[in-house]
Ligand binder design. Structure first.
Ligand code: GDP
Ligand code: MG
Length: 277
């Protein structure tokens, strides 16, 4: 019997940061579309099918340009994940993230997994603006421990990766087994493979973090330029950059070092368990 699940993901963030552009790029560019408009909300649907589990993800996007005040709790209630978006060229939209997060918490009893998504990376890079990302704005909240990913809907940079971060988190909780990639399932590796785009400034930041964390866990880190060696990336099933691969598990777009440490810890435990059973 196939188990069916439906889960809700909400897009949050100030008007104009690029929420609709992001979700449209994600849905229409890469997968079958299923789209309807209702009063106030656009829904986008994507279904993930595994042998025993089907997961239907409903992505909710605020229709039009609404501010925080205009968004009702209904929009936020029952969310299994949230993308908190802000415009990399507009620091004010970053400073407003704690407010959005507060609303999300108010509307949900349990804590909702989140990913911070900086948008319009192409603009930020074109104008050479320092990326609007100052941790002090986030204070000592779960926001400061969340994953952060920089995207451009325009150039299709990291859009899949951004959604994958939240989708993986939701789906992995529903699958009976860790979602090991079957092709490399058997590889017992104490090595981190890290796929990057070499000229990407963000990959550079991530490389530094990963090398530090690798040292801490006494893991060897091998960095692979996925654009230079596309066949290697393909063989490992890497579709978005940067991607970290350890013991057959994939992790896309991690930047926060504390979070990375946690995840590596979990991954290593799972890898260990898998190899002893
Ligand atoms: P929303 O109000 O958060 O849904 O934002 P929209 O998706 O409607 O985008 C607001 C404006 O930002 C539009 O003019 C978009 O074309 C523009 N925009 C969105 N994403 C990007 C991006 O990645 N790069 C650039 N250069 N512009 C973008
Ligand atoms: Mg919109």
């Amino acid at each position: 019997m196939v188990k069916m699940y439906q889960r809700k993901i909400v897009l949050l963030g100030d008007p104009g940061v690029g929420k609709t552009s992001l979700v449209r790029r994600y849905i229409f560019d890469t997968f079958q579309k299923d789209y309807m408009t209702t009063l106030g909300v656009n829904f986008y649907v994507r279904t993930f099918e595994y042998p025993d589990v089907h997961v239907k993800l409903l992505i909710w996007d605020i229709a039009g340009q609404k501010s925080r005040r205009q968004i009702g709790l209904r929009y936020l209630q029952g969310a299994s994940g949230a993308l908190l978006t802000y415009d990399l060229t507009n620091p004010k939209t970053f400073a407003n993230l704690p407010g959005w997060y507060e609303d999300l918490c108010k509307a949900n009893k349990d804590s909702v997994p989140i990913v911070l998504v900086g948008t319009k990376l192409d603009l930020a890079q074109r104008h050479n603006t320092p990326l609007a990302f100052d941790m002090r704005f986030l204070g000592d909240t779960p926001l400061s421990k969340a994953n952060v990913i920089f995207t451009s809907a325009k150039t299709d940079t990291n859009v899949d990766a951004a959604f994958n971060l939240i989708v993986q988190e939701i789906i992995s909780g529903l699958l009976p087994l860790p979602d090991l990639s079957p092709r490399i399932h058997k590889e017992k590796s104490a090595k981190i493979l890290f796929f990057v785009k070499k000229d990407d400034a963000w990959s550079q930041v991530a490389v530094n973090h990963i090398e530090k964390v690798g040292k801490k866990f006494a893991l060897e880190v091998e960095t692979i330029d996925a654009e230079k060696d596309p066949t290697i990336a393909k063989a490992y099933g890497v579709t978005a950059l940067p991607t970290i691969l350890i013991g057959g598990r994939q992790l896309v777009g991690i930047i926060q070092i504390a979070h990375l440490e946690n995840i590596l810890q979990q991954m290593l435990e799972k890898t260990e368990r898998a190899s002893t059973t």
